[in-house]
Design a protein around this ligand. Structure first.
Ligand SMILES: Cc1ncc(COP(=O)(O)O)c(C=O)c1O
Length: 435
């Protein structure tokens, strides 16, 4: 195993801590990783919310291998290859009615930038060029590029990077532990938090606002589940004012909440949806924007030889990513994985909420196969308690994730009840040990 750890500047990592005690993954299969010493680690987070079908699935591996030998790269501007069209078609068939067009990117962050640009340009091509303002939400995570951190609302991801995009504002977040702590599924209180958008409309005027972007379930900030009626109300306010609604489904897309997309679980259809991660089971980088056909169609004017939307990436619809995604969608379909979270949700919910009363647990939240456990931060040392729980679980052979003092779980959708028990029991032990 390679020993010199100096050169690699690791992303979103405590580099010095890691390099003193590396957590080095060597191999993966099904629900498990193995580290460089051959130790088995149960994957409680689907890698990074992306390996929804589990690791090293044969159809996906084969698809990638075959594709590399057949067509390694095809230019994505003014050229294409058949699998790009096939994949777009397959995604549209899974998506809510009316969402008929797919624009490919290489990550969730790029999908977000693409959706924001689409929204602004859409209004302009329709003659409403004054609609340039973008509205995000406090605690939102929309990747790490400048548009994404501007509409995002996670302070550490923003504060180091200057003034960000101009013309951005935020509605309030939906976290309300005083009323909603230990809710099972969607919290009962907080639909009215959507009315905060009316406040921003009153301040800025709807004629200046292009779009609102939210995660249906806010994942990276620590699993915030939308209150009952909240997303419906947001949709209504957007409709009333001609504002586009963007759902960032990078985490909720591809089965995480019990339906292919969170929009279907919550019964609210956005104008644009961003996806990534589970689209290829995390095997090859890929993201996409799924757009209402009306948005695409608004661009289809002018002489036919002219490019309609000046945007795209060298690796948009990369052949390896398309092949991986098609293999992934086949695997999801054959094994019923896009609705499996709904079947397992009651068991997962019960297991997760059995942690209520364990040391320092101040809230537990869940939907589908997503769970969050919020801890009382150690006095004067925010994030340390949850990080210590993460290290303890890893030491005991279970991978979870933490943000701040919140533990997040999102196991692959192939998870069995025995795995859920193992994850929760290990976490229970860690909470007791770290306390
Ligand atoms: C909701 C959401 N949007 C965007 C992203 C960014 O995706 P990527 O890391 O692929 O750029 C993430 C990643 O976790 C995410 O959760």
């Amino acid at each position: 195993m390679y020993k010199d750890l100096d050169a690699y500047w690791m992303p979103f990592t405590a580099n010095r801590q890691f390099k003193k005690a590396p957590r080095m993954l060597a191999r993966s299969s099904g629900m498990h990783y193995w580290d460089d010493k051959g130790r088995q680690i149960l994957d409680g987070v689907a890698g990074l919310w992306c390996v929804n079908a589990g690791h090293a699935r044969p159809r996906i591996v084969q698809a990638i291998q075959d594709q590399a030998a057949e067509l390694d790269f095809a230019p994505s501007f003014q050229m294409a290859h058949p699998k790009a069209f096939e994949l777009a078609d397959r995604i549209v068939k899974l998506a809510p009615e009316g969402m008929g067009k797919v624009f490919f990117t290489n990550s969730g962050s790029e999908a977000v930038e693409t959706a924001l640009k689409m929204a602004i340009a859409y209004h302009r091509v329709r003659g409403e060029g004054s609609r340039t303002r973008l509205i995000g939400r406090e605690r939102g995570y929309h990747g790490v590029n400048f548009g994404g951190i501007s509409v995002g609302g996670i302070v550490s991801n923003r504060k180091m990077f200057g003034t960000l995009l101009a013309g951005v504002d935020h509605i309030r977040h939906t976290h309300d532990p005083a009323r909603n702590a230990f809710s099972q599924g969607q919290p009962a209180h907080g639909a009215e938090f959507a009315d905060d958008l009316e406040r921003l409309v009153a301040l800025h005027d709807a004629s200046t606002i292009a779009a609102v972007i939210v995660e249906p379930v806010a994942g990276s900030t620590g699993v915030l589940i939308p209150p009952q009626g909240y997303l419906q109300r947001l949709r209504e306010i957007c409709d009333k004012h001609g504002i586009l609604l963007i759902f960032d489904e990078v985490i909720t897309g591809f089965g995480r909440t019990g339906m292919p997309f969170g929009s279907q679980t919550f019964g609210v259809t956005p104008d644009l949806t961003t996806v990534a991660k589970g689209i290829t089971n995390g095997c090859v980088p890929m993201g996409a924007v799924i757009a209402q056909s009306k948005i695409h169609d608004a661009f289809m004017t002018g002489p036919e030889h002219l490019i309609e939307f000046f945007h795209g990436y060298t690796y948009s619809a990369h052949p390896l990513a398309c092949a991986a995604a098609l293999g992934t969608l086949d695997t999801y379909a054959e094994e019923g994985l896009l609705t499996r979270a709904a079947e397992l949700a009651p068991y997962f919910e019960q297991a997760l909420h059995s942690l209520r009363g364990e040391p320092n647990v101040i809230d537990i939240r869940n939907i589908g196969l997503v769970g969050g456990v919020e801890l009382q931060p150690l006095a004067g040392q925010p994030t340390k308690r949850a990080f210590d729980v993460f290290l303890d679980c890893y030491d005991k052979g279970v991978m979870i994730r933490t943000t701040g003092d919140i533990i997040a779980m999102s196991p692959p959708l192939i998870v069995e009840k025995s795995h859920i028990d193992h994850i929760i029991d290990t976490l229970r032990g860690a909470l007791r040990r770290v306390a």
